[in-house]
Write a protein that binds this ligand. Structure first.
Ligand SMILES: Nc1ncnc2c1ncn2[C@@H]1O[C@H](COP(=O)(O)OP(=O)(O)OP(=O)(O)O)[C@@H](O)[C@H]1O
Ligand SMILES: Cc1ncc(C[n+]2csc(CCO)c2C)c(N)n1
Length: 266
């Protein structure tokens, strides 16, 4: 008999356990993550994301959003004390959008201001993720989760640059967030298991390659599953799909983007 050794691909597990739930079981703590705040309106659940993050970085004009908008999102009575409570560890970027008084305020409160105005080759988000990449030891990279707020729903060139960052730093788990959905990259190096937090995400979802086509993608757990299917722009991509199980499994010969809707968490 002929024996063949087939090396099965490692599984990468994903869950959106960082999303605020009304009733979180005590045995399911929020995983630690780094938070990057971009220059778009803050999501409703920002105070809860902020409180559970272990590192908070504002990308340039993202600092204006914390300064201006955090008060409206909290139930605090006093704008000044709210401002004093939400201090980012780092403000990173080319500093062409942060207002002078905001920069002054946060530097006086101890934020590190990293002025990269000489670099007009990469976006502010790219600069933030580079810093996180650099400071994370190799063996911890695959575990670290980076949440990026305000990444979607604005200027399309910014959105494309934000998605490009997922590909540039594919050894980090980066989640792009808006009020309405999230996006993550599923690298082709792994099989993927997505554990759906159905009280806060779904049911609408999408799965598609950007850049390089897929000739073979298989899924379980969706209403319209793929079975060794081809996907590329200009042909079929899976959009307006529906999650039908607590676990979605994906395997592909191409890097894919996974997107899922977020429920109204007001
Ligand atoms: N409308 C938007 N849509 C999506 N992402 C955005 C948008 N505006 C800003 N961002 C994100 O926030 C980051 C910081 O924004 P900021 O406005 O400071 O950028 P910028 O360098 O001034 O950009 P530009 O000069 O192209 O307007 C950007 O790198 C980008 O990732
Ligand atoms: C081919 C090419 N296209 C656009 C830019 C401009 N650009 C890209 S990122 C960035 C910084 C934004 O904060 C700027 C100005 C470039 N350098 N190279």
């Amino acid at each position: 008999m002929l024996w063949r050794t087939v090396r099965s691909m490692d599984v990468m597990m994903h869950s959106s356990s960082f999303l605020p739930k009304l009733h979180r079981p005590a045995n399911r703590p929020v995983k630690n993550y780094a938070l990057v705040v971009l220059n778009q309106h803050l999501p409703r659940f920002m105070p809860r994301l902020w409180d559970h993050a272990n590192l908070r970085i504002c990308a340039d004009g993202g600092a204006n959003r914390i300064f201006d908008e955090m008060f409206q999102l909290t139930n605090d009575g006093d704008e000044k004390s709210t401002r004093n409570r939400y201090i980012p560890e780092i403000i990173e970027g080319d500093m062409d959008s942060i207002r002078p008084e905001v920069k002054l305020f946060y530097s006086s409160q101890g934020s590190k201001i990293s002025d990269k105005s000489h670099n007009q080759e990469t976006s502010d988000l790219h600069k933030c993720i580079s810093r996180i990449h650099h400071r994370t030891p190799e063996h911890e990279k695959h575990n670290l989760c980076v949440l990026v707020t305000g990444a979607l729903g604005g200027r399309f060139d910014h959105e494309a640059a934000n998605i490009n960052v997922l590909y540039l730093f594919s050894d980090l788990r980066i989640v792009l967030l808006s009020d309405d959905c999230l996006i993550r990259l599923l690298p082709k190096t792994h099989r993927h298991e997505l554990y759906i937090e159905s009280s806060v995400e779904g049911p609408h979802c999408g799965l598609f390659p950007v850049g390089a086509p897929s000739t073979n993608t298989t899924t379980t757990g969706l209403k319209w599953n793929l079975s060794e299917s081809k996907m590329r722009f200009g042909s079929m991509i899976s959009t307006s799909n529906i999650v039908q199980s607590e676990k979605v499994a994906v395997q592909s010969d191409a890097d894919l983007l996974w997107t899922i809707s977020l429920r109204n968490m007001a």
